[in-house]
Design a protein around this ligand. Sequence first.
Ligand SMILES: *Cc1c(COP(=O)(O)O)cnc(C)c1O
Length: 354
Amino acid sequence: MSTAAAPQSVIDLRSDTVTRPTPAMRRAMAEAEVGDDVYAEDPTVNRLQSRAAEIFGREAALFFPSGSMANLTAIKTWTRPGMEVICEAMAHIYLYEMAGVAAIAGCMPNTVPAPNGTLTWDLIEPLIRPHIYYRSQTALIELENTHNMHGGTVYPPAISDDICERAHAAGLPVHLDGARIFNASVALGRSVADITAKFDSVMFCLSKGLGAPVGSMLVGSRDFIDKARVTRKLLGGGMRQAGILAAAGLIALEETPKILHRDHENARHLAEGLAKIPGVSIDPAKVVTNILIFDVNPSGRTAAEVYAELAKRGVLCGPTGKSTIRMVTHYDVDRASIDRALATISTVLAAKPS
Ligand SMILES: *Cc1c(COP(=O)(O)O)cnc(C)c1O
């Protein structure tokens, strides 16, 4: 699917955000029917929103310029300043969204580390504040599926369903950061509607592995989305002829989920290859979607050194810690490129550390 603009020599495994729009997306963008979306008059945006709502089995959906803005909008819509949001200790909203929970929603994140990034009610319950007037109150629970910084791990639906049911019994809404929920759906062999049914709101990205150039969606009830539209405008996210972007998003939404399994197969192939390279530590069985994180500590090198050597040879990846490196597969990296990346990593690690 790769487009002419991608230089052949570089294998970019930094993120699935680097995917370029397909020729079909570019055609759809050029031909998109548009209107002013702040007046809700862009037919292509409206079509994308109703398809997203339909696919998730919800009343409504809203198009956003980024996942960060969609998550922040959901958080701000569910909370008031001075309240708390419970999330996992390596959650994207906590680590990579500019402290927006605090800076803009005025809330305090209340975090707990979870194995594989998978929270359970046992981990969440002790963080819920008692209903006492002189204590700040819990407003929202947030889960992330797949979990980015835990290596694309997937929530077992029984666990996320259980969290939602118990949260509701405690009077708390649950928001899902489902940036890569379609990857979770493919890994589980269950529809996105099915695995997200109990959440009060869901964010997903069109711009990651689905391949759209820009855009994320928030889905939920009509009432929630009506409120979210107000918050989105407050944050500066009211766009005008956004149908140009929504046109690519529609193709990403309808077509790319059918081929995401390839990215997962490539990630597993990459993980199995990495496991055979001396100096690398990784458990390939844990790689179930398109993200993998491996440790180069046994090689005696730092992630930064390995990253720099790989970059010189045209393989791009993301150091995530002193000795850990993240790689993300996507439709612009084919099996042959994965094999070439493996050969390059092998060469770099076989050289004597400087
Ligand atoms: C990418 C991502 C987001 C949203 O990121 P934007 O770059 O703002 O679109 C949110 N959550 C997770 C887990 C992500 O990986």
